[in-house]
Design a protein around this ligand. Structure first.
Ligand code: PYC
Length: 315
């Protein structure tokens, strides 16, 4: 068998995205949440073939371009990574918009994109930046206290921004590229403790520290589900952070929040209330993606690694 898969790669603030434009599996009709289930249940080998070595890498986030189910949308997308599927992906959505611009499918202005967790709107600005108006975000639990082996008590919030996050400032850590091994190992320990404490849905851990310089409000390190860290400031993580700030009355609607990531790149963020009574917000994340490659991936049945090299990603 020979499969040809047309992809465009980009990075957003350092974090890579690979958009599959054609050659993906047939997922049928229906809401993208149902199409995601069929992707996972019947075609998971395709995910691995796109993301895993030797064609891809653990750091990549993939996005399968789909027909939108929601007729108000211009396109649909299902994001995936080295261990599974993402509800939404902020940096990936910015990468998708830059990809659609590259192939001439959109021009500057607004468009709507269907995702498995609801539709999002995106605005492509004249300067190449993209603003993503994300799905409704909220905090589920404040000041959750967990005991972490070798660390002690860690207190943080559980919040949703299109994916599930545990957000904490504990223990005080240097959020720097030189400290990534340490941060990764600590975030894995924290995730284990948070999942055991009754929050099994949390698959991203977001650690906060002081920003570099004066242009950002805070700096984060985000552990992704498959043990890699987000090179960008993480769009869904920034959305979860805004939900916590809004719920605590620490950030007003339409007030700018600059979220710096581990590489020192940043997203400019703000929110409006979706439901002020229930403290649900509509976050907007602004950043820029750059195209890095366009390729035809080949799947050949005589290739022993046609479906990727499988690593253990248990953290
Ligand atoms: O930008 O939302 C994001 C994201 C999630 C995982 C990696 N990036």
């Amino acid at each position: 068998m020979t499969g040809e898969i047309h992809v465009i790669d980009s990075h957003t603030a350092g974090e890579p995205t690979r958009i599959v434009l054609s050659g993906g599996p047939p997922l049928g009709q229906g809401p993208l949440s149902e199409q995601l289930n069929r992707f996972r249940d019947e075609h998971d080998a395709f995910r691995k073939a796109i993301i895993s070595e030797p064609r891809g890498s653990d750091v990549l986030v993939g996005g399968l371009l789909c027909e939108p189910h929601d007729q108000n949308c211009q396109a649909g997308v299902i994001f995936f990574n080295n261990v599974g599927y993402l509800g939404m992906c902020g940096h990936g959505l910015i990468g998708l918009i830059e990809t659609l611009r590259e192939i001439g499918r959109i021009d500057s202005g607004e468009c709507k994109i269907d995702t498995p967790v609801g539709n999002v709107s995106a605005k492509l600005h004249e300067n190449g930046e993209v603003s993503v108006s994300n799905v409704e975000s909220y905090r589920l639990a404040k000041d959750v206290e967990v005991q972490v082996d070798g660390v002690g008590t860690v207190i943080g919030d559980v919040a949703y921004g299109g994916n599930w996050f545990f957000l904490t400032q504990d223990p005080k850590q240097e959020i720097a590229a030189s400290n990534i091994k340490n941060l990764t190992s600590m975030a894995c320990d924290i995730r284990r403790a948070v999942n055991a404490a009754g929050y099994p849905e949390v698959d991203h851990i977001e650690l906060f520290g002081d920003a570099l310089g004066t242009s950002a409000d805070t700096k984060n390190f985000v552990l992704c589900p498959g043990l890699e860290y987000d090179r960008s400031p993480c769009g869904t993580g920034a959305s979860a952070k805004l939900a916590c700030l809004a719920a605590d009355g620490k950030l007003a609607p339409n007030q700018r929040w600059v979220q710096q990531g581990i590489l020192g790149t940043s997203f400019s963020c703000e929110y409006t209330w979706a439901n002020a009574l229930h403290k649900q917000i509509k976050p907007t994340i602004r950043g820029r993606a750059f195209i890095t490659a366009e390729a035809q991936l080949k799947l050949r049945s005589d290739d022993p690694f046609c479906w990727g090299i499988q690593h253990d990603h248990a953290g």
